[in-house]
Design a protein around this ligand. Structure first.
Ligand SMILES: [Zn+2]
Length: 277
């Protein structure tokens, strides 16, 4: 396991290093108009994956179920970003200056309405989306450390997007295999939640079996679940069988990390945890 973690860090460090062009932190704080443009250009396609339940849950009370075009509605809701306050920009600049692992990346940052997307940070294109409440809470040094961890985690997601497939060998060594398609029982599929940082399909094999993992709504909150799968068939498709399994039951086969349901998430988690402890 140690050598795999080391390999993860070395591979990622190599990619991070290739992005380093200057020693001065390069940070672009997008205003709400610029952020709306990014959502329109880089998020529009995956918003079509959202079902009604996901749109309503992620919409934070701003989605109207009488209107059917959830993609347009989510685009409108996601585009309700905030402009940055000078104090927030200063705090983020200070956080990035404080941590060597963050200093040389090129940052494009969006401040999102924290009513939407469960207040989760995530990435679109080459931008990191940070919920407003995370910035408001980041005043103390402890919270700034948590912000730093989040920034590095999200930066790894941007590198994964910019270099598709580069980490596949590593993910294969961890037990993940790409799947052309995974069929989930309809009642669960209706309540599935899209992760913009983990849009491609993978299955995970361990001594307990082969699983697909993901986020599913329970009420209006996302929970992480696994399903056993059969397959693959000749088209490399898998079918989920039986009742969902608590992800914690198989976390022992994923470095003991609870709740990482996609190889990109495992990777980003390992890098930021190793960098910041
Ligand atoms: Zn992530």
């Amino acid at each position: 396991m140690g050598s795999l973690l080391f390999l993860a860090l070395v591979v990622t460090a190599g990619v991070v290093w290739s992005c380093m062009t200057t020693r001065t932190p390069c940070i672009e704080f997008l205003d709400r108009a610029e952020a709306a443009e990014v959502f329109g250009s880089d998020a529009f396609w995956y918003l079509s994956l959202y079902r009604q339940a996901e749109s309503v849950a992620k919409g934070g009370g701003l989605v109207n179920t009488d209107e059917n075009d959830f993609r347009q509605q989510m685009l409108r809701v996601n585009s309700r970003c905030h402009d940055w306050k000078p104090s927030e920009m200063e705090m983020v600049q200070q956080t990035i200056r404080e941590h060597r692992a963050l200093q040389r990346a090129k940052w494009r940052l969006i401040k999102a309405d924290d009513r939407v997307d469960f207040s989760y940070p995530y990435t679109i294109g080459d931008c990191v989306v940070l919920p407003a409440n995370m910035l408001a809470a980041a005043g103390s040094s402890e919270n700034r450390l948590s912000l730093a961890k989040t920034l590095l985690h999200e930066h790894v997601h941007i590198l994964q997007r910019q270099h598709p497939g580069i980490f596949d060998t590593l993910y294969n060594a961890w037990g993940f295999r790409r799947a052309a398609r995974i069929e989930i029982p309809a009642d669960h599929a209706e309540r599935s939640v899209t992760n913009p940082d983990g849009l491609d399909a993978w299955v995970f094999s361990c001594p307990d079996g082969t699983f697909t993992m993901g986020l599913f709504l329970e009420g209006d909150k996302p929970v992480k679940r696994a399903f056993r799968v059969s397959g693959p068939d000749e088209q490399d498709a898998y079918v989920a069988v039986g009742e969902p399994v608590d992800l914690r039951e198989i976390s022992q086969w994923l470095f003991g990390i609870e709740g990482c349901y996609h190889p990109h998430e495992v990777h980003a988690y390992l890098v930021s945890e190793r960098a910041f402890g």
